[in-house]
Design a protein around this ligand. Structure first.
Ligand code: NAP
Length: 528
């Protein structure tokens, strides 16, 4: 397939495969983009660093990995899955689902596996993206970044950790060769991943030390197997699964009021979480340790029925004194206690607002996304474009994350927008487009205004939702149907475009000049 693609020389003189659209990543977002572009009859390729589709669901194979969004909501609207075995799906089932969708829509044929993108640079001479990868170079008119927010593990900077001589691995890079049975194990972190890992391994390790920096809020998990009647209904009764999905969607959407608009409405959930904790932990000292000190929803709300019981086991300790250092065979707490361990599980999350992938994407003015975001924070337009980066679209971009419902819904909204954008370019024979700085600034001003009263900004916690400037550049601050409306159609008027026929070096210089002028006149209005 790829051999048949035309091969030309780039300005740098290296052979590059020419393609209209390159999609980086084949998780829910990249796969969805591939399917929608296939349907639209567009020329594209997917670049995937792994050897299989699935993204975060392929990578997170830790024991106990499962989704905390109901199964019926956690699928594409165009590929419902009547075969989910449970109301909340375990990771292997979600991975199987994603893989089956890739097969059904024949996406693998247009995917380059084992292809790690090392860098992408906007070429001001060819008006295309030069993409440098481990399997060769590509030249694309349009680049779609679908790498996701949770792809780059964040490792804790703890003195001595590199010198640990036992098994040590991140939750998203689980080492299945390492048998933890009968071992002394430390888990660092108590986020969404850790609270699934801890109960899954507590029963088979000799001893487990859980290093907690911040106690999370944990709610009951209404997980159960689907009955035969439900399965038959999902399969054979027209609309049954869609109805279940719609009810779940609407129920979850009510949480937006408390999360984004008036945190006082989070009280009932906080009450339910407190009761859950009281019911599951009787030891007053342990209860005190694991009671959160911020408002529920400020960090991601977790759901589990077996996390607290696991902490209450005699072979499990919750350590809240912080970690001073790691030695070859032990973890030393800040109070000086040395605890011997054979293995350490690092469940410390991901680089989100400071993803290392940003450094490799270089835009029109020779500046990387990392440089731009370092200055302004992770700002974009409708989660899909960033000024200074022509013909680049993001899926799961800035301020598209959610704390209450399915990301697949947001991804499908973005797909409407991005596919319409690509179609608009083709229809009007536009060579390049770039979001106007003033539109991006105004969009972000409104976003930050909407986030002002949210629990994420006011709940009294530190979280990965906030960037180093203190701005929330990760979450969507409203109802998800509002985002769906916003991204229904591509809004060409927010972009500066150059007709394909006019793409000459002289035009490139003019466009660069105009952009600089526009940035100078509007830059100060940006939210920083
Ligand atoms: P996370 O939510 O960012 O949690 C990281 C944990 O590690 C936190 O408890 C954090 O403490 C702790 N930590 C970080 N650095 C540390 C350090 N240097 N020393 C000690 N502790 C440290 O990461 P995650 O659990 O991997 O989850 C990330 C996201 O993935 C979630 O928010 C969610 O969106 C997604 N996820 C979803 C599911 C699902 O079911 N759908 C499952 C897993 C993950 P602090 O709280 O004090 O920062």
């Amino acid at each position: 397939m790829y051999m048949s693609l035309p091969v030309t020389d780039t300005a740098a003189g290296t052979a590059a495969r020419q393609v209209d659209t390159l999609i980086i990543g084949s998780g829910f977002a990249g796969l969805g983009a591939a399917i929608r572009l296939t349907r639209a009859g567009k020329d594209f390729l997917v670049l995937e660093r792994g050897n299989e589709v699935g993204g975060t669901w392929r990578d997170n194979t830790y024991p106990g990995a499962a989704c905390d969004v109901p199964s019926n909501l956690y699928s594409y609207s165009f590929a419902l899955n009547p075969d989910w075995t449970r109301s909340f799906s375990p990771q292997p089932e979600i991975q199987r689902y994603i893989s089956s969708v890739a097969d059904k829509y024949d996406v693998r044929r247009r995917t380059v596996f084992g292809c790690d993108v090392l860098g992408a640079r906007w070429n001001t001479a060819t008006f295309r993206w030069d993409v440098h990868t481990t399997t060769g170079d590509f030249s694309a008119k349009i680049l779609v970044s679908a790498v996701g927010a949770l792809c780059e593990p964040s490792l804790p900077d703890i003195p001595g950790i590199e010198g640990f001589e036992g098994e040590i691995f991140h939750s998203a890079r689980w080492n299945h060769e390492a048998d933890l049975t009968g071992k002394r194990v430390a888990v660092i972190g108590t986020g969404a991943s850790a609270i699934q890992i801890v109960p899954a391994i507590a029963g088979r390790v000799e001893h487990l030390d859980v290093y907690q920096r911040t106690a999370p809020w944990v709610l009951p998990r209404a997980d159960r197997e689907y009955t035969t009647v439900e399965h038959l209904a999902f399969k054979y009764v027209p609309g049954a699964q869609r109805l279940s999905r719609a009810l779940q969607y609407l129920t979850r959407e009510t949480q937006v009021v408390g999360l984004a608009k008036a945190p006082i409405f989070m009280k009932p959930l906080e009450f339910a979480a407190r009761r859950h904790l009281r019911r599951q932990i009787s030891d007053p000292e342990l209860r005190r340790k694991v009671t959160p000190n911020f408002r529920i929803g400020c960090k991601r709300m977790l759901i589990s029925n077996n996390y607290f019981p696991a902490l209450a086991r005699p072979n499990v300790d919750v350590i809240t004194d912080g970690i001073a250092e790691v030695r070859a065979d032990s973890v030393v707490a800040r109070d000086g206690t040395v605890r011997k361990v054979d293995a350490i599980v690092v469940a410390t999350g991901f680089h989100v607002t400071d993803s290392p992938t940003f450094a490799g994407i270089v835009g029109k003015n020779g500046r990387s996304l990392a440089e731009v975001f370092d200055e302004t924070g992770m700002q974009g337009y409708k989660g899909s474009a960033v000024a200074g980066f022509p013909n680049l679209f993001f899926l799961v971009g800035p301020n598209t994350g959610l704390g209450h419902t399915s990301m697949v819904y947001m991804i499908e909204s973005q797909l409407n927008y991005v596919v319409d954008a690509i179609d608009t370019l083709d229809r009007h024979r536009i060579g390049t487009i770039e979001v106007r700085q003033e539109f991006q600034d105004e969009y972000n001003r409104k976003l930050q205004d909407a986030l002002k009263n949210s629990v994420w900004n006011n709940g009294g916690c530190a979280s990965w939702y906030l960037d180093k400037h203190g701005n929330n550049t990760t979450l969507w601050p409203g109802f998800t149907f509002e985002f769906r409306r916003l991204t229904k159609n591509f809004d060409l008027e927010a972009y500066r475009g150059v007709a394909a026929a006019d793409l000459t070096p002289a035009v490139a210089a003019t466009v660069a000049e105009q952009t600089e002028e526009s940035e100078q006149s509007t830059g100060k209005a940006a939210v920083r």
